[in-house]
Design a protein around this ligand. Structure first.
Ligand SMILES: Nc1nc2c(ncn2[C@@H]2O[C@H](COP(=O)(O)OP(=O)(O)OP(=O)(O)O)[C@@H](O)[C@H]2O)c(=O)[nH]1
Ligand SMILES: [Mg+2]
Length: 331
């Protein structure tokens, strides 16, 4: 039985063979497996690809033993911590490191010359008791693109594109970033409600950060940005204005599409310090699963407090939660 593979498969397979970075190979192998039609004619091919995937996974986990680790360094992947992984990218000197420096305890190098950041660096930012991971990255420009950036961007929950309002060529520099990412098959989008037609591409939700706001007093650059990135969410920031940095935290939270749900034991106050973090649209049942799998099967119903509800309203498993709801599970 013929395998009947789509033409894109062969293109991607060529890439797979040319690729030297095991993490990137692993990603492409996963794509190839997904693209493969699932029928008798591809049984052997599927098995082969699964074997390659498991070999690559081992190779990545035990770099010393299986060799081929030249590029599989810590830079290729940063373990997700907190409620979301947020990667800051942009042209040189835009202020990426300054933002990570101001918003987290990480101490990346900030410098008044471009190309100062050479390696990614992560730090934790707190917004209203929720912690996010921010990743500072080296710049993207015609002179510089670190290949590991593609993997980091694909992995992140949100991309923050840092736009330098003080630069002479703000829009051209950003155009280059978009073009470079497109070459790497990454498309920044205001939202990711659709899947790309071509499975080799990856759509990434992007928040624009119009930075160095006081260098654009007329607001001209900001409106040019809004025209260029129609429909994209935008937050305006300056390192010297704490209010704008708070707004940055809020914008990140809003664009991660998550909600906070607080839980309370019967007859006691809620624990506001340790919310359950869930995707927008989650239900009472999903909150219970997040707390404990067993618990999720045992509870009969829940009582809820929150905007637009009666205090202590009785709700069932499929009830959709909103940000800052308080839940009390009843057995
Ligand atoms: N006017 C102004 N300058 C800023 C602001 N934020 C950062 N800077 C300055 O911009 C310059 C570059 O800042 P960095 O944070 O190192 O920029 P970067 O994007 O990390 O630069 P690379 O790592 O080289 O890509 C430094 O001189 C900062 O002091 C701001 O809000 N306003
Ligand atoms: Mg930097």
């Amino acid at each position: 039985m013929p395998a009947n593979l789509p033409p894109q498969y062969y293109e991607l397979e060529r890439e797979f063979r040319a690729e030297r970075d095991p993490r990137e190979q692993l990603r492409i192998a996963g794509e190839l497996l997904r693209m493969m039609p699932k029928h008798k004619g591809t049984d052997n091919l599927q098995a082969e690809m699964k074997a390659k995937i498991s070999k690559l996974k081992k190779q990545i986990q035990q770099p010393g033993k299986s060799g081929g680790t030249r590029q599989a360094t810590a830079q290729d992947h940063i373990d997700r911590e907190g409620a979301g992984q947020v990667i800051l990218i942009g042209p040189p000197n835009a202020g990426k490191s300054s933002l990570v420096d101001s918003l987290t305890a990480a101490k990346p190098l900030v410098a008044d010359y471009p190309y100062s950041t050479r390696e990614p660096q992560a730090g934790m930012m707190t917004f209203e008791s929720v912690q996010f991971q921010l990743i500072d990255t080296p710049p993207i420009s015609p002179e510089s693109y670190e290949n590991y950036l593609s993997g980091l961007i694909r992995n992140a929950d949100l991309v923050v594109l840092v736009c330098d309002l003080a630069a002479e060529s703000t829009l051209d520099d950003l155009e280059f970033v978009l073009q470079k990412l497109n070459e790497k098959r990454i498309v920044l989008r205001p939202d990711v409600t659709e899947e790309p037609d071509d499975p080799r591409y990856c759509y990434k939700k992007c928040l624009l950060c119009a930075h160095k706001a006081y260098d654009d007093e007329s607001g001209e650059k900001r409106s040019a940005l809004a025209d260029m990135f129609e429909g994209f969410p935008m937050v305006v920031t300056s390192i010297i204005d704490d209010e704008t940095l708070d707004a940055f935290g809020r914008a990140v939270f809003d664009n991660l599409s998550i909600i906070r749900v607080y839980t309370k034991p019967v007859g006691k106050d809620p624990d506001f310090t340790n919310p359950v973090i869930l995707p927008v649209g989650s239900t009472v049942e999903q909150a219970a699963v997040d707390l404990h799998k067993d618990f999720a099967t045992r509870f009969k119903y829940a009582r809820i407090w929150g905007q637009g509800k009666f205090d202590g309203q009785r709700v069932q498993r499929d009830f959709k939660l909103a940000d800052k709801d308080i839940l009390e599970f009843r057995m």
